[in-house]
Design a protein around this ligand. Structure first.
Ligand code: NDP
Ligand code: 2IT
Length: 449
């Protein structure tokens, strides 16, 4: 039985490789999930017979389109837009848009695939999807970003709808971009359809805590992990990579929970501030000025800046990779383990390489996969959809309480599923199995589609 099941898993993976050539991040994300599913196939023969995993590995629809726009000097640029509508078994496709020069189909597919399981874990009625463009917003004026967003939405709008597909932000897409995208959607469709995008401004349909939700949620998840070991954030040092939306609010909640975040980064380098990152300065530099992280060290005497290098060289008790995929490799993992890091909590999507995850497992470092730990963002997006649908507005306190409850629920679910499937403490297996079972049951109920 066991060999039979592993043969099925290897056949499925071989097919994914063959049918999606060159999409290395997608392969990596599928491999990680498949490695957790043998235990499920042993108990559920129907998933093999009905090719349930194969169906979940194949996006329902993939859209690729041209995005032409003009910069402030009148120069014409052509970018590529993507939306991968991965799975709608649990609800409308839901997931962010990423604007970054590295974006390609394989990256959007890995993100969409992860999103399917993540959204299932939230317990909210949302399917999984992801999109974006290889557009680079860095150094672009507001007017250029607006023209790009308008052109992007001029094609994308026909694929969206509050009951069809509901994008939000991701790398390079925040409330400014969501505003431009929403404006263009409204203009083309002549509909004030609040629930078609999440991450909107608070004055026009946005939800309290959505901005903070991913970072806050990751910190709540870390707290739940610590409680299992009878610990808390009190007295712990954290390093948080990145200095974007997830990192900033991860740092904020680490501080509120009694920990000290001592380092953060961007793609050019990192800063260390043993007194604890000063949130006011960080927000001024990154959110208001859209500057480089080095400017933080220019303004804060207790901080120093390291150009290039690895933030994971900074000793810490808790590491929260919150920048991008595969940013924490085997060398970094070995350094963190040697420096007695106790918890690694993924704020980003798939920031830890498979080799690094293996090193953490062997060293007994508590590890939380992004599809569980960073689900607070999309969960709060679902709360935004709920408020839009009922034309209601909740308070910050109520919304944050819901977020904490959801994150604790996800942790409990991953923890219990890992025990139930013979891998106590393995939150990777717990998240993959719990997410898969939820999606697979719905896929089955809908017949062969
Ligand atoms: P932002 O654009 O706000 O910030 C991204 C940060 O990561 C920046 O500091 C950026 O540095 C750094 N970064 C991005 N790409 C690279 C790269 N290739 N190499 C080095 N550093 C890089 O994005 P978010 O904070 O929203 O997203 C961060 C991560 O969290 C992503 O993996 C995203 O998928 C994930 N995530 C986001 C959610 C959300 O709600 N926003 C929800 C769940 C997960 P620089 O400015 O120099 O490029
Ligand atoms: O990776 C993610 O979960 C996000 N970028 C947020 C998606 C959302 O729809 O809020």
């Amino acid at each position: 039985m066991v060999t039979e099941v592993s043969a099925v898993v290897e056949r499925i993976y071989g097919d994914v490789l063959r049918r999606n050539p060159g999409e290395t991040e997608f392969h990596q994300a599928v491999r990680e999930v498949l490695d957790s599913l043998a235990v499920v196939l042993e108990r559920h023969r129907e998933y093999t017979e009905m090719k349930t995993i194969e169906r979940i590995c194949e996006p329902e629809r993939q859209v690729i389109f041209r995005v032409p726009w003009q910069d402030d000097r009148g120069v014409v640029w052509i970018n590529r837009g993507f939306r991968v509508e991965f799975n709608s078994a649990l609800g409308p496709y839901k997931g962010g848009l990423r604007f970054h020069p590295s974006v390609n189909l394989g990256i959007v597919k890995f993100l969409g695939f992860e999103q399917v399981f993540k959204n299932a874990l939230t317990g909210m009625p949302i399917g999984g999807g992801k999109g974006g463009s290889d557009f680079d917003p860095k150094g672009r004026s507001d007017a250029e970003v607006m023209r790009f967003c308008q052109s992007f939405m001029t094609e994308l709008y026909r694929h969206l709808g509050e009951y069809t597909d509901v994008p939000a932000g991701d790398i390079g897409v925040g409330s400014r971009e969501i505003g431009f995208l929403f404006g263009q959607y409204k203009r083309i469709t002549n509909r004030y359809e609040s629930g078609v995008l999440t991450g909107k401004g608070l004055g026009w349909g946005g939800a309290q805590v959505r901005t903070e939700a991913t970072g806050y949620g990751a910190a709540f998840f870390a707290q739940a992990m610590m409680e299992v070991a009878g610990e808390s954030f009190e007295g712990k040092r954290a390093t948080v990579s990145g200095s974007g939306n997830v990192a900033v609010y991860g740092i904020e909640k680490v501080h509120q929970l009694g920990g000290t975040a001592v380092a953060c980064s961007d793609s050019t380098g990192y800063v260390v501030d043993d007194k604890g990152i000063d949130l006011e300065v960080l927000k001024q530099v990154k959110e208001i000025e859209r500057g480089r992280i080095s400017a933080y060290a220019d303004r804060v005497p207790s901080a120093h800046y390291v150009e290039g290098g690895s933030i994971w060289d900074v000793p810490c008790d808790v590491a929260v990779p919150s920048a991008t995929q595969n940013e924490l490799d085997a060398d970094a993992a070995a350094t963190l383990a040697r420096n007695r890091c106790r918890y690694v909590v993924e704020g980003a999507n798939m920031p830890t390489t498979p080799e690094a995850v293996r090193i953490f497992r062997e060293a007994g470092v508590g590890f939380a996969p992004g599809k569980a730990a960073n689900a607070g963002g999309v969960a709060t997006s679902a709360l935004e959809m709920q408020q839009n649908a009922s034309r209601d507005r909740w308070t910050f306190e109520h919304s944050e309480a819901r977020l904490e409850e959801i994150m604790r629920g996800i942790h409990t679910r991953c923890h219990r599923t890992a025990e139930e499937y013979g891998a106590p403490g393995d939150l990777v297996l717990g998240a993959n199995v719990a997410g898969f079972l939820e999606v697979a049951d719905a896929v089955h109920a809908h017949g062969l589609i």
